[in-house]
Design a binder for this molecule. Structure first.
Ligand SMILES: [Zn+2]
Length: 120
C-alpha cells in the first residue's frame, strides 16, 4: 500500500487537477471581479504612485513600521495606506497616510481590514 502510494502520487498530481479546476477558476474569477469593481486599483499602476510609494519606503529606510523588520528586496516592502482610502484620492495621495510595511505585515493588515469590511 505504502509503496503504491509513493509511486502513484506524482503522476496523479499531474493529471488529476480536472477535478479541482472548477473550484479554482471560480475563486480566480471572483478575485478578478473584485479588482474590476475597484477603479482606484488603476492608481497603483501610475508612475505618480510608483514614485510616491518608493519615496515613502526610502524615507522609512525600507523598515517595516509594524515589526521593524528590514524589508529589502523586490516585493518585500509594501507602501500601505494607514487609513484605507477606499478610492478617495485625498487619502490615496496623502503622504502622511502612507507607511512602509513588510509583505507579511501588509498581508495581515489587509486581511484584517477585509474581514472588517474596510477594504475595497
Ligand atoms: Zn512587518
Amino acid at each position: 500500500m505504502g509503496k503504491l502510494a509513493g509511486r502513484g502520487l506524482p503522476p496523479r498530481l499531474g493529471s488529476a487537477p480536472t477535478r479541482f479546476a472548477p473550484v479554482q477558476s471560480e475563486n480566480k474569477s471572483r478575485t478578478v471581479m473584485r479588482r474590476e469593481v475597484s477603479p482606484h486599483r488603476k492608481l497603483y499602476s501610475t508612475a505618480r504612485w510608483q514614485k510616491l510609494s518608493l519615496k515613502v519606503r526610502v524615507a522609512a529606510n525600507f523598515r517595516c513600521e509594524m515589526c521593524s523588520k528590514l524589508a529589502l528586496g523586490k516585493g518585500q516592502s509594501v507602501t500601505d495606506h494607514k487609513i484605507p482610502h477606499r478610492g478617495d484620492p485625498a487619502l490615496f495621495w496623502d503622504e502622511l497616510n502612507l507607511q512602509c510595511l513588510c509583505k507579511g505585515c501588509h498581508d495581515k493588515t489587509k486581511q484584517r481590514e477585509e474581514a472588517a469590511g474596510l477594504h475595497g
